[in-house]
Design a protein around this ligand. Sequence first.
Ligand SMILES: Nc1ncnc2c1ncn2[C@@H]1O[C@H](COP(=O)(O)OP(=O)(O)OP(=O)(O)O)[C@@H](O)[C@H]1O
Length: 271
Amino acid sequence: MQETNGLTGDELCLGYHGRRVVDCASLHLEPARVTALVGPNGSGKSTLLRALARLHHPDAGSITFPGGGNALDLSAKEFARKVTLLSQSRPTPNGVSVRDVVGYGRHPHRSRWRNDDADGPRAIEHAMTVTGVTSMAERAVDELSGGELQRVWLATCLAQDTGVLLLDEPTTFLDLRYQIEILDLMRELADEHGVAVGVVLHDLNQAAAVADRIALLDQGRVRATGTPDEVLRADALTETYGITIEVGTDPATGLVTTRPIGKHLSRVTTS
Ligand SMILES: Nc1ncnc2c1ncn2[C@@H]1O[C@H](COP(=O)(O)OP(=O)(O)OP(=O)(O)O)[C@@H](O)[C@H]1O
């Protein structure tokens, strides 16, 4: 495991056009751990992740690597060798092949004047294999389905080969198989390669299953952080989401499970 993996946002204040949307939020992404950010729409998850990826400048607070190095001091290329973000939406280039888009991930590893990225071809092939896009390598990305494209962008991030991987709703658009494979991949990257993974997930049960730690955001504040058992509490979730959420234990796995209760359920619970 690389000891330099990991990233800490401390007391981050973030806003748009003077409107504060994240208020003194701290988030510690540990090496070899998956940290899930959960919370309602608009609670600030993407903004916080984007700030950690240096795509949103903080009004206050710090972003540091283990050992105290200031993430904001690095050049863009140095930073991109350490941290990557799979964002919710990226502009899709026209007529560019899947293999070439995945190759974009190697940009931080290439010098300006010559192609000296010896690990590049292996990293690109590996990233395409684990995301299941090898069979579409020569296709143009603008001809792919939403889920196929999501996997290509994930492959691009993996090819970047960073110690910190930030993923904003990576399972969106994906069918069940690829949702589960991406969760498995996150665990593998953390467990076998020591990567610090920070991931925004809406599915609380997926978060409980994959994450070592969960941060629950509520109106721009981190309401709770800890293990899934510590954070996924019925009272806190019900208050945060504004809907009754029951919490239990999955008898098959022993994992904490959550069940939002909607009126539609009365159709099956009353007869
Ligand atoms: N580009 C922007 N300009 C102005 N306000 C923005 C912008 N992006 C997000 N916001 C606002 O910032 C707040 C936090 O948004 P953010 O996208 O971080 O929330 P989120 O928790 O990721 O939400 P979701 O679950 O819907 O993706 C929201 O009130 C949102 O409307």
